[in-house]
Design a protein around this ligand. Structure first.
Ligand SMILES: [Zn+2]
Length: 355
């Protein structure tokens, strides 16, 4: 199956933090014939091992998170609508009027909004506590029978491609929900389905990243790797156009994978940053160094594991992250796969030796 098809199936699957099983199933199906060991741990992380070509000098953890931001149902209101809250970081401004899918049966609903005809003097942002999901139920009882407290919901977006994406056009684009981090999952799947590398690959598709990097901490502890790469999606604030800001844009679409130096939560290992940059230069793989600061990835959960793990984050630049429709360039996805695969293939104990 092609990279685009995998991205589509992964993006359309629903897997809010803690309810990742639909995504887990897709991942397992796509990697099971291409890895030497495969298991699901107690938290729900998918852990796979792909042994090295020849004798491995290093064991390298490659991480991508299965979960996505979304909502949790808190219970029915007397009018049959549903109280809900965000799981992970979602901006209240983007909620009203959005279609959602609830629970494993993907029950459709819409986040209620006053029509513009009646709202001309009321343009303030309504906070999530004052919004409700409408599933068309006429009473509290009807709503209670359809949806249970604690079920999760996602945006109801369908994945799409255009600009010749299917034919590999340079600016071929894709949009969909949950590209953070289904893009990372698709990239890690692609690496696992590829040839063996000179290092052993320890692949972790982790749960609960969006609520505190929880799966990654457990996965890294279990694997005890020599080094790690967190593969994720990072915000690109290159559009919509804004007035010049000091640190703008942090990453740009079409400029290749974003190599992290620092986030709010962690510092990439400088030896790995240097190695990834040198690999990109040597092989003419485009890359960009992400504006330091902000955000964070599973790296923050991996780095302090056991006696410490040298870790780097590499992400595909993504517009409109944590919204109903994020947008990426498929060329960036391909270049991220290439940069991670080639950099990891060339990693040696010498590179990781402390000076
Ligand atoms: Zn992410």
């Amino acid at each position: 199956m092609s990279l685009t098809t995998n991205l589509k199936n992964l993006s359309n699957a629903n897997g809010v933090s803690g309810a990742e099983s639909a995504v887990r199933k897709i991942v397992i199906e796509l990697i099971k014939d291409h890895v030497d060991e495969l298991r699901v741990d107690t938290m729900g992380n998918v852990l796979a091992v792909k042994r090295a070509r020849g004798k491995a000098s290093l064991r390298v953890l490659l991480d991508a998170h299965l979960d996505e931001i979304g909502f949790m149902i808190f219970g029915p209101n007397s009018d049959g609508t549903l109280k809900f809250r965000a799981v992970g970081g979602i901006d209240d401004r983007i909620l009203p009027g959005k279609a959602v899918l609830i629970g494993p049966d993907r029950i459709p609903g819409v986040i209620g909004v006053k029509p513009i005809h009646l709202a001309s003097h009321d343009k303030t942002v309504t906070s999530i506590e004052d919004l409700a999901i409408d599933i068309g139920a006429a009473s509290e009882e009807e709503a209670r029978n359809a949806v249970s407290v604690g079920q999760t919901a996602t945006f109801a977006t369908e994945f799409r491609t255009w600009n010749g994406a299917a034919n590999g056009a340079a600016n071929g684009a894709a949009s969909g929900k949950a590209l953070d981090d289904r893009a990372g999952c698709a990239m890690l799947i692609e690496i696992l389905r590829g040839p063996r590398l000179p290092v052993e690959i320890l692949a972790a598709f982790t749960v609960q990243e969006e609520v505190g990097l929880r799966g990654a901490q457990v996965a890294a502890h279990a694997f005890d790797p020599d080094a790690a790469v967190a593969i994720d999606a990072t915000p690109a604030n290159d559009l919509p156009p804004t007035i010049d800001q000091d640190l703008s844009p942090n990453t740009c679409l079409g400029h290749g994978p974003a190599i992290y130096v620092m986030t709010r939560r962690d510092l990439s290992d400088p030896r790995l940053v240097k190695h990834f940059i040198e690999t990109g230069d040597a092989l003419k793989i485009p890359y960009q160094v992400r504006q330091p600061g902000g955000g964070g990835t599973d790296a923050g959960g991996i780095i302090p594991t056991r006696s410490g793990v040298p870790t780097i984050s590499v992400s595909v630049p993504t517009r409109y992250l944590h919204s109903p429709a994020a947008l990426i360039y498929l060329s960036d996805v391909r270049h991220t796969i290439e940069l991670v695969r080639e950099s990891v293939a060339r990693l040696t104990p010498q590179i990781l030796r402390r000076q």
